[in-house]
Design a protein around this ligand. Structure first.
Ligand code: 5GP
Length: 210
């Protein structure tokens, strides 16, 4: 029985721990392909071009848009972010589940193009924990932190557009919950119509005594 890859869209506020969650998920389960986005934001300490992001100038990014090389793109906190098309389509055609860790405007664009994408929103256990995590990350200036919080307020209004939420309190639990949700998606009857049809026709053959 062949398995089609699932497109999984993961969103959540800055500082909610999406990066750590994705890292652990892909370490623990080998079936996932994590898409690397392009962005115009500057690399943070320790980030490597081509690993966390493809870091691009505004002009280079606009060229990617013009050449239709992105599935979606959005402006977030004064920078562009976008998902390169080729990797996602290659991996899905090879049957791998592809994860896009993107913000809410991009998620909407993806859902229009891939209506059977699974959408997940990562929540903090409470707002105070989010603020503490954002502060302890130390990668944002006071200014930028305010703008990230303002974005979080806007993004909080979009939670209802997602299929499931994951409350990221315990990392291992969140990883397993996410894996379980994706696995169960593979078993949706609507994704397995060909298999059902195959069983039906085999049964008919047996019923005729052949
Ligand atoms: P950060 O600058 O903290 O790495 O990311 C800021 C926001 O941009 C996060 O919500 C992240 O999920 C989102 N993001 C990262 N890559 C993409 C992308 O390719 N497209 C969109 N729309 N958002 C992205």
């Amino acid at each position: 029985m062949s398995r089609r890859g699932i497109l999984v869209v993961v969103s959540g506020f800055s500082g909610v721990g999406k990066g750590t969650l994705m890292k652990r998920l892909t370490e623990k389960y080998s079936q996932y392909a994590l898409s690397v986005s392009a962005t115009t934001r500057a690399p943070r300490k320790g980030e490597v071009d081509g690993r966390e992001y493809f870091f691009r100038t505004k002009e280079e990014f606009e060229e990617l848009i013009r050449n239709d090389m992105l599935i979606e793109h959005a402006e977030f906190c004064d920078n562009y972010y976008g998902t390169p098309r080729e990797y996602v389509e290659d991996q899905m055609s090879q049957g791998r589940d592809v994860i896009l860790e993107i913000e809410t405007q991009g998620a909407r664009q993806v859902c229009r193009q891939y209506p059977d994408a699974l959408t997940l929103f990562i929540m903090p256990p409470d707002a105070r924990t989010l603020l503490d995590r954002l502060k302890s990350r130390g990668s944002e200036t006071e200014d930028k932190m305010e703008s990230r919080l303002a974005c979080a307020v806007r993004e909080a209004d979009c939670v209802e557009q997602y299929d499931y939420m994951i409350v990221n309190d315990d990392l291992e639990e969140s990883v397993d919950q996410m894996h379980g949700l994706i696995e169960s998606q593979h078993w949706l009857v609507s994704r397995n119509r060909d298999f059902a049809e195959q069983i039906r026709s085999e049964l008919k053959v047996f019923a005729k005594g052949e």
